[in-house]
Design a protein around this ligand. Structure first.
Ligand SMILES: [Zn+2]
Length: 164
């Protein structure tokens, strides 16, 4: 618990709030339907059928969620267009993060169902987590070191800019 408060305060906040009072509705649906507030919702891009948002509770700097706009829980519910657009988004984001943030590797994955760790089990999304040598794997040992060196807003600017 001490480690949580030192090196992952955003995780602690998530853990302590989400179980006691589940958020009203689905935040991905709320963000998807509200493009006027993309900046404050940390949405970084939108496609025809999908969109990408920064995770407010990141495992690592640059942790993104790629999701269909529509509220769909199961991988088999996604149609070809949604699947292809999600994969293209992941490709583009990986390339961008590698170039702009010098990421050395990535974890890409989907948690299907609450038992598998899905925080929003009703609305499927891919996690994209950039990795660098010596990143969060070592944080329990190096308590007190700042894991996330960049604010979410600064990160959003890195990923959406320069505007063309
Ligand atoms: Zn939803």
């Amino acid at each position: 618990m001490l480690h949580d408060t030192i090196w992952a305060p955003w995780r602690l906040s998530y853990i302590t709030t989400s179980k006691e009072q589940p958020p009203a509705g689905c935040f991905l649906c709320r963000y998807a339907a509200d493009p006027a507030h993309d900046a404050e919702n940390l949405v970084i891009s939108r496609g025809k059928r999908t969109f990408t948002v920064l995770n407010r509770f990141p495992y690592n700097n640059g942790h993104l969620l790629v999701s269909p706009l529509e509220h769909k829980a199961h991988l088999e519910d996604l149609d070809d267009e949604e699947l292809l657009e999600c994969m293209h988004s992941l490709q583009e984001l990986i390339q961008k993060i590698r170039e702009r943030m010098s990421a050395e590797g990535f974890n890409v994955g989907v948690n299907l169902g609450r038992i598998a760790g899905a925080g929003v089990p009703g609305h499927l999304h891919w996690h994209l987590v950039p990795r660098w040598t010596g990143d969060t794997n070592f944080m329990p040992v190096l308590a007190g070191v700042d894991v996330i060196p960049q604010s979410l807003e600064a990160l959003r600017q890195v990923l959406i800019g320069p505007q063309t």
